[in-house]
Design a protein around this ligand. Structure first.
Ligand code: BES
Ligand code: ZN
Ligand code: ZN
Length: 504
């Protein structure tokens, strides 16, 4: 799909394409009688009966199509419900954009004019425009490039967002922002959806390098020999069961003075997790190609920050490996040493994410960061606790917690603060080594995993861990702009917002 922001009259904007559709908004202002309102007065007059009968109800996401309506030189008219104006948020626009995209696709239109002038003045905000752009691009994501017979695609739709103030700097910025964010999310989804054989640690690294080349990001990739030399015993230990070499991906973006401390993002890049010797059951094991979504989302975050030219220094770190059960694989009971010298017993080889993150977190601390944020599909327990709505995050830093809550709210993603205490740390003590990679207690598997990670973060450095096990892929059909199955790109928008908060 193609999308632009235009200010001119529709008549003069229509290109040679013939199958055009005009999109107008309906809503209701009075929550009691829910009388539908259409803000375009002349169309409202023509559709008076439809409004009276409430066949146009104004309900959120409702789409009513009038074929051959012929208004403003557009062949068809699509009326989209926004719901109650009192409850309207930027998230409503993301959701409504998904309804628009689906209807336009079904209609097989080649050109759609989304008339934001049909909104009440208050709703024509930058945030709503940005959300509309995000919603359209996020909904357009499809992953079918590995099918030999491609699904017949409807002709590429040209979306125009019509807004009088289109040339104003703030609206132009909101438009570009939505574009950059949604493109980044779709890129991360693509990395996640690729099968394990076509998204090995080396391929993931190459994709990151290629992405970095398009923006001002420096990419460095360590191979196995370098990882060994750098004493990354966790990453190396996990990789031993596989023929594929591990990689350690470093992305650096300098948008501020060199003296300014970087915001460091760390992402779990497990390109396939069979559990290792503590092998997983076969059912749904194929989903473990998504175990690199934390890494993919961190790569996409850094690229988006660079694309947006944020005045902040950002580093992205992705330890990437497979977790397989080959002859040299780490065995239960084996002990490895992380980069900071701490030792751990691997009592369950399926708890591998924390092992590769340990080295990456130590490296992150060496960068003297402002904050460290990590993202990982870390525990099945997280899926049990929060399902696929909220991403659970752990931090003991109140200031960072506030930053995270504000960033999530601004980006329309749902997060939930989870407990992390000394009790959880206690449960991760080892018998023969400093630490065990599984808890000695029952339950709270996500918190004890977070407590393990905390052992690799220097005191005084604000750090938060995001467990995206439930939200990284297969988020169901609640969010119309996310694929039901497939990678979601969770937290990229929030992470970019967190980075932005350090611009000042
Ligand atoms: N990648 C998995 C976590 C996971 C499982 C994410 C299911 C999403 C859905 C992780 O490496 C893992 O297997 N964790 C174990 C840890 C346990 C052995 C302590 C888990 O959660 O079962
Ligand atoms: Zn595992
Ligand atoms: Zn895993």
């Amino acid at each position: 799909m193609t999308i632009d922001l235009i200010s001119q009259d529709l008549e003069s904007a229509i290109s040679s394409k013939s199958n055009t559709v005009l999109v107008l908004f309906s809503s209701f202002t009075d929550d009691k009688d829910k009388t539908p309102v259409l803000h375009n007065k002349s169309v409202a007059k023509q559709l008076e009966t439809n409004l009276e009968e409430k066949s146009i109800s104004g309900k959120t996401g409702e789409t009513v199509l009038f074929r051959e309506f012929a208004h403003a030189s557009c062949r068809h008219l699509l009326v989209v419900g926004l719901g109650s104006l009192k409850e309207l948020t930027h998230e409503s626009f993301r959701q409504v954009a998904a309804s628009i995209y689906d209807s336009v696709k079904q209609l097989k239109a080649d050109e759609a004019f989304i008339d934001l002038e049909s909104l009440a003045a208050k709703q024509k905000s930058e945030a709503n425009l940005q959300a509309m752009v995000e919603g359209l691009i996020l909904t357009s994501y499809e992953f079918n490039e590995l099918k030999s017979k491609k699904d017949k695609k409807p002709s590429d739709v040209l979306f125009h967002i019509v807004l009088k103030e289109a040339k104003t700097a703030v609206y132009k910025a909101a438009f570009s922002e939505g574009l950059a964010l949604a493109d980044a999310v779709n890129f991360a989804r693509y990395l996640g959806d690729m099968p394990g054989n076509l998204m090995t640690p080396d391929i993931l690294a190459k994709k990151a390098v290629a992405g970095a080349k398009e923006v001002k990001v420096k990419a460095t990739v360590w191979d196995k020999a370098r990882i060994k030399k750098e004493r990354m015993g966790g990453l190396l230990g996990v990789s031993m069961g596989s023929d594929q070499e591990p990689r350690f991906i470093v992305l650096e973006y300098n948008g501020a003075a060199k003296s300014k401390k970087p915001v460091v993002f760390v992402g779990k890049g497990l390109t396939f997790d069979c559990g290792g010797i503590s092998i997983k059951p076969s059912a749904a094991m194929e989903e473990m190609k998504y175990d690199m979504c934390g890494g993919a989302n961190v790569i996409a975050t850094v690229l988006a920050v660079a694309k947006l030219n944020l005045k902040v220094n950002v580093i992205g770190l992705v330890p990437a490996t497979e977790n397989l059960a080959g002859p040299s694989a780490t065995k239960p009971g084996d002990i490895h040493t992380a980069r900071n010298g701490k030792t751990f017993e691997v009592n369950n080889t399926d708890a591998e994410g924390r092992l590769i993150l340990s080295d990456a977190l130590v490296y992150a601390c060496e960068q003297k960061p402002e904050i460290i944020i990590d993202a990982a599909t870390l525990t099945g327990a997280m899926v049990i606790a929060l399902g696929n709505t909220h991403t659970g995050y752990f931090t003991r830093n109140e200031k960072l917690k506030k930053t995270i809550e504000e960033a999530a709210k601004a980006s329309g993603e749902w997060v939930w603060n989870m407990p992390l205490t000394d009790f959880h740390v206690q449960d991760m003590k080892g018998t023969y080594a400093d630490l065990s990679n599984i808890s000695s207690g029952k339950g709270a598997g996500s918190a004890t995993a977070a407590a393990f990670l905390e052992q690799f973060v220097e005191e005084g450095i604000p750090w938060a861990h995001f467990d995206i096990a439930g939200t990284g892929w297969s988020v169901g059909n609640r969010l119309k702009y996310c694929p039901k199955k497939g990678a979601s790109g969770a937290m990229i928008r929030t992470f970019v917002e967190i980075a932005r908060s350090f611009e000042r």
